[in-house]
Design a binder for this molecule. Structure first.
Ligand code: ZN
Ligand code: ZN
Length: 583
């Protein structure tokens, strides 16, 4: 999301010369000067990226819409270059450890923005970045301000809807077929934000009838502009579409900026391949061990992969009933908290409860679970655990879904999404003193933490340490591992669809439908699928390194709390800071 928005940007040309003078004048006290600089930087950032500002809870620019035309891109580059120049005035070595990582995060963000503008050029080949509904839908769903004010801001924002799509048409050149199809699908699925939701909300405001009429007219114009763009995309003559594969050169750079890992994509590919073999060997061992318990004297199938697959299928039969999916999740939250307390794994702040709720309508009826956390500007807001409903599923589809999220996997999902995974990490992150770290949250660290906690909980005996639980854990874990192999293979090694599906089904024990979905995802994203395993392995390796260094002095709870206290910074930066403090 953040990177998409970076590729979009804002309206105002920004110059920070006045703040630059102050900084160089500050001379000796680098940290105080850098703190002041960060404030100026964030102000300028929000002027450049107003939609991003709205999405993290900064609402001064809710009425702005970024129109990605040439003038905007010039102003965006000017912003990025000016900030790069400002950064150069500070001597990193003299900054506090907190400011050091903030410096690195800002620098990476700026470099990544320049890379997007000058090399990646998603605005040319990815039509799906042109969707005006999301930001308005978020503002409409927010409760930070009166409905009248929120509706008014959307009304003002939408005055640029036509310009927005005129710029889009002008930018697009030989788009990929995959991103074109995605754009059309997403636009068709989201015009209701204006045609239905916004108009319903306008009717509930206290504006005069004439004002309401003008607002309704603009809502309809916005929906019409979206539909016109979708029709334009459908009719677009595109004889030589660009490949959705990013290619090695761009991929390696994007990997570096997006993940900020210690390893290159080549190294991660090696690492994931090795881990895949280890995990598969473990799974085979467990499956053979469990065989007599579940299949008695039935002979084992001929191949190793089939033995594992049959055992997984058998264990997947243990699942909750369709109508108790949400209640089962709700009941597990206190169980997880009790376990963590009992094993002394990490402090969980009881004043920030997690609210389990049915997925709100604007998130669409996709089953599954996700976390909605309060942003850095709204630290006291509720954290929601959104649970999708199976109401619209056919009987077969519901059964297949419940088998997938069976008794074991559902618990691992709760560990990952909620406690002590994403929810716990986000609570710590919002308490971290750095706005920069809350804003430029590193995805590899965030996903890596959630993936790490799955293993950590099992290592500490969660689920009774049974072979069944471990086997299902490995299946789940293999997904992160294979995501990495898949992403790198598809974008840099020309892996074909057919081979990708075979790989996921045969080597990662995925269902055909799941593998097909993963193919769709890898063909419209790049690097994102690598963040899970990359972050996980850096956290896990760091923990093991500390353990062997500290011996008896190593304390798991301290490690977890210390690790999370730096906010969502890249693992390599957290590691450097922790090691420095230990000296
Ligand atoms: Zn069943
Ligand atoms: Zn996650």
């Amino acid at each position: 999301m953040k990177n998409l928005l970076l590729a979009l940007g804002a309206l105002l040309l920004f110059s920070c010369q006045s703040s630059d003078k102050k900084e160089s004048a500050a001379g000796g006290n680098q940290d105080a000067a850098f703190d002041a600089y960060k404030e100026h930087f964030v102000d300028a950032l929000w002027k450049t990226y107003p939609e991003w500002a709205s999405s993290v809870g900064y609402h001064n620019y809710d009425s702005m819409m970024t129109v990605n035309d040439e003038a905007y891109r010039k102003s965006e580059l000017a912003f990025l270059d000016a900030q790069m120049d400002s950064l150069k005035k500070y001597d990193v070595a003299q900054l506090s450890s907190n400011n050091k990582t903030d410096y690195q995060l800002i620098e990476n963000q700026l470099k990544s923005g320049i890379f997007s503008d000058e090399e990646l050029h998603a605005e040319q080949w990815n039509p799906s970045i042109y969707n005006i509904s999301q930001s308005s839908a978020e503002i409409l769903a927010g409760n930070y301000d009166k409905l009248d004010n929120r509706v008014k801001n959307i009304y003002l924002k939408l005055r640029r809807a036509k310009d927005f799509y005129a710029a889009a048409k002008n930018n697009i050149k030989n788009p990929t077929l995959e991103h074109t199809a995605l754009a059309i699908q997403q636009i068709e699925g989201s015009t209701s934000t204006f045609e239905v939701d916004l108009i319903d909300s306008i009717k509930k405001t206290s504006f005069s009838d004439a004002e309401k009429q003008a607002m309704i007219a603009r809502a309809n114009e916005a929906a019409a502009a979206m539909k016109d763009f979708a029709a334009w995309l459908k009719a677009l003559k595109n004889d030589s579409p660009r490949s959705f594969r990013l290619g090695e050169t761009l991929y390696k750079k994007k990997f570096e900026y997006d993940l900020q890992a210690n390893s290159t994509s080549d190294q991660m590919f090696e690492k994931a391949s090795k881990r895949k073999a280890e995990v598969q060997a473990e799974m085979l061992k467990i499956s053979k061990e469990l065989w007599p318990k579940y299949f008695d004297k039935k002979p084992m199938p001929a191949t190793d992969l089939e033995i594992v697959k049959m055992m997984i299928d058998k264990l997947s039969e243990k699942h909750v009933a369709r109508d108790s999916f949400q209640i089962a999740i709700e009941r597990q939250i206190p169980t997880l908290i009790d376990f963590i307390k009992q094993k002394d794994l990490i402090y969980i702040d009881p004043s920030k409860p997690l609210v389990v709720r049915k997925e709100p309508a604007y998130m669409q009826g996709v089953a599954g679970a996700s976390i909605s956390a309060p942003g850095p500007y709204d630290k006291n807001g509720n954290t929601y655990y959104n649970v999708g409903t199976l109401a619209n599923y056919t009987k077969d589809a519901a059964e297949s879904y419940l088998r997938e999220y069976n008794y074991y996997i559902l618990q691992i999902l709760n560990i990952h999404e909620a406690i002590p995974g994403h929810y716990t990490q986000l609570v710590y992150s919002n308490q971290s003193p750095s706005l920069i770290k809350s804003l430029f949250g590193n995805n590899a660290m965030i996903e890596g933490w959630a993936v790490y906690t799955e293993r950590m909980m099992l290592e500490n005996g969660y689920g009774g340490g049974t072979p069944e639980f471990w086997l299902m854990y490995y299946k789940w874990h293999l997904r992160s591992v294979c995501n990495t192999i898949l992403d790198i293979s598809v974008h840099t090694k020309e892996m074909k669809k057919e081979d990708a599906i075979k790989f996921l089904v045969n080597e990662a024990f995925q269902q055909q439908a799941e593998a097909e979905n993963k193919w769709r995802r890898v063909s419209v994203t790049q690097v994102q699928l690598c963040c899970y395993f990359t972050g996980y392995s850096e956290i896990y390796d760091f923990r093991e390194e500390l353990k062997s260094k500290m011996g008896d002095k190593f304390n798991l709870k301290n490690f977890h709390e210390k690790f999370l206290s730096y906010g969502s910074a890249p693992v390599k930066d957290i590691k450097a800071l922790m090691l420095e403090e230990m000296k």
